[in-house]
Write a protein that binds this ligand. Sequence first.
Ligand code: FAD
Length: 489
Amino acid sequence: MSKEKINIVWFKRDLRLKDHQPLKRASESELPALLLYIFESSLVNDPHYDDRHWRFVWESLEKMQQQLADQNLNLLIVYEEAENIFREIRRHYDIEAVFSHEETGIDLTYQRDIRMSGLFKEWDVEWDESPTNAVHRGLMNRNGWRKTWNSIMNQPQQDPDLNQLKRFSADDHLLNQINEEIPNRFKVPNEQFQTGGESKAWEFLESFVHERCANYNASISAPGPARSGCSRLSPYITWGNLSIRQIIQYMDQHYDDAPSKRGLRSFRSRLGWHCHFVQKFESEPRIEFENMNRGYNDIRTEWDEEKFEAWRTGRTGFPMVDACMRSVIATGYLNFRMRAMLVSFLTHHLWLDWPKGSLHLAKQFLDFEPGIHYSQFQMQAGTMGVNTIRIYNPVKQGYDHDPEGTFIREWIDELKEVPSELIHEPWKMSEMEQEMYNCRIGDDYPNPIISDIKESYKHASSILWSKKGSKEVKEENKWILKKHVKKRR
Ligand SMILES: Cc1cc2nc3c(=O)[nH]c(=O)nc-3n(C[C@H](O)[C@H](O)[C@H](O)COP(=O)(O)OP(=O)(O)OC[C@H]3O[C@@H](n4cnc5c(N)ncnc54)[C@H](O)[C@@H]3O)c2cc1C
């Protein structure tokens, strides 16, 4: 008996039903379409990821399921390796085409895509991949990239007509062979984190464009105010609850009535940076594993696990560093400036190499986007070679961006009773003050892990600046600046 012919829409980090070219293409076909999301165990267990990510994905999928059910459609959600599930589907059905978005991700997903591409070719299955947010695969150079990006952002959205999509429900023979059991821990809500799903994403977008953008520029650097003053769209973009084109077009439509046009303009340029970094990562995926500029390979050679542990757990004795770390562990969010400060503290003041730290923060950031994350991490660590070297003083950052210590007190219980004038340098408290404010330094709250922040600054800056002028760094920079672009697949 011949097998039923079907198409498959493979959802990855594009968890929405609007402006979705793969879904649109499937809806225009005569064949029924199996809508599929795969929780891949290798990815779930990868050190970049944490349950917080899969909970966000689960919430997004649940909302999609509800919308699809209204149209009498279904989304098949499985917990399997991609190769296994496609093999199993193929045993039962004749797959004509697989529609999906291109993914610019970590090496693990890239290698998986190479394997899947090989399998689809072998099986004579067409793999129709659509670009994600105007990022191009296999681009030979980035000349004119910005112009093309702008033009794609202005093009009509690719909304599928779900009424047109030919209904498909998998038969029991297939369902009996696959694992639909999704770990319960992904399904337990946690109010500390942003909730996934298209409708939530729209709530954030609308409130930002109509109200919150008024405070954008003023609050962007301070960790407390940034939580409401910034758009907070990053997890929705990373997991594809919204396309960047949807955001830009909505913003343009409402630009004239927005409470801060300047705020919206700054925000718009950051959406461009987002895609720019992902595009760069598309051609330089090696920065997941090595310094962008290899001239810096020999600078941070010693490792100190105790110092790393103190940084990782928010127990360095520097209140602003510890508050930021504890807050991102608890909520998955931190604003740009404070992310940069955490990296700066690790790589400059503690003088520890970046890879382990970058894995730790990837796990914490609900919006973990490999292209931005690795570029930013290396920029802050000073290993890109072509950027200005910035070394943040964590004490000054505290005085500047949390002058009253409100954010610090929110995240560091031990410092709750310490008054504003002492909270940024608690080690300066006298014995009596420590007694009075219920915080014994070295006991309740750690002694600072670095005895002299000015010395650690000097040490880092002298090495980084002398390296920057060195022959090997300059040679590498020439190559980097040539915008050499390696074709991926
Ligand atoms: C070490 C480090 C790691 C980072 N890792 C990530 C990451 O994994 N994922 C991520 O989305 N952002 C990352 N960022 C960039 C930035 O911190 C976040 O995008 C931002 O804080 C998210 O909050 P928001 O959505 O309220 O931002 P908004 O200020 O409202 O910006 C809107 C959008 O623009 C993009 N954006 C903002 N700032 C940047 C930037 N500097 N570079 C590129 N795109 C930007 C994001 O998509 C963001 O959602 C990182 C920054 C640093 C310093």
